[in-house]
Design a protein around this ligand. Sequence first.
Ligand code: GLV
Ligand code: MN
Ligand code: MN
Length: 402
Amino acid sequence: MVDDLVASLRGHGASAGGGVTRLVYSQAWAAAMAEIEGWLGSAGLEVRVDAAGSRFGRLAGERPQVVMSGSHVDSVVGGGAYDGALGVAMAACAVRWLRETAGRPRLTLEVLANCEEESSRFACNFWGSRAMLGLIRPGECDLLRDADGVTIGEAMSALGLVPDRIAEARRDDVCAYVEPHIEQGPLLERLGLTIGVVDRVVGVRQLRFELRGEAGHAGTIPMAARRDALTGAAELVLAGEALARDLGQPAVATVGALRVEPGGANQVPGRVDLTVDFRHVDERVLAGMEEELRRRAAALAAARGLELSVEPRLGQRAVDLDGRLCALLEASCRRAGVRWQRMPSHAGHDAQLLATRWPSAMLFLPCAGGRSHRPDERADMDDVVRGVEVLALTLHELAYEA
Ligand code: GLV
Ligand code: MN
Ligand code: MN
């Protein structure tokens, strides 16, 4: 059943090369959310949409405190079918099974289909989770713009959501959050394990650098007279790589987005906009990486006579997940007879923000070849079925044995 849900969600935002591009508040995203509402309703859950557009499937318990499980519905550009979507499908299946076999829980159970996690359309830093924690700043709906200049508020309004009401998405009734997700790395598959119990999530920062030189004719401007923004940017890309390599694992730095202007093959580049994404599980090391990147960028810009501006695009702090929930997940792995290991996450997740307010945990499933954020992302369905069992046992403990 989970595979049917994931396969049919893949159709919303599918591209010719087999990838999925389901950006928040796009038509593909809206179609996926409509389909998810259908699943949640047919699972016998009460469906609700919050002011940010996240969907919830609720199984009311004797008490109002909520045990929530799920993940996000948006994707990266040209991503896979499992990142986020699998976690929503697994939570829907686990809660449906609990309703059918165990009936009404003591605490309330909710499946979460979170509107946004990837920051792939807007630099929005966990929009759905920030809405649930009441962390969206006044005016932010008018400030965040996508590549076409559309504000996030306009994108919401186009789907009938009301940006001015976003504060109403705040939740103060959640007592536990459990997020199932593919690992997005190679460890579990390599070790032959079925589950990863995540005890820490990496800190992620993105800095947007703008380098401005002087555009001009590629044939007539002598090399000595150039202020080429792209050659400066190339040095910055390599500086980020060297910084992470010199620090060693788990430091990483990536430039995956870069824009050159004017962009003609016979024009000296006058302006480059690029984003460095860098990560570490230790916040102090991450802060040091930021300082060093800024320093190296300033030095190379000065040496090349380029103007430089730097602004943060994203910041997600490294965080420990809840010890009691991790222990519960491990107990469920033992009961289900699956092999597991504790591990950190090197990808960012909603759980890392939600963990700052609610006890939160994550369970990882192996991901074929460690491939993720690409069209051939895949999880094995036998593992997924075991994962749903572990999740259901954990939610049972939290919501029925409370
Ligand atoms: C999200 O998938 C991230 O780690 O960037
Ligand atoms: Mn992702
Ligand atoms: Mn994800």
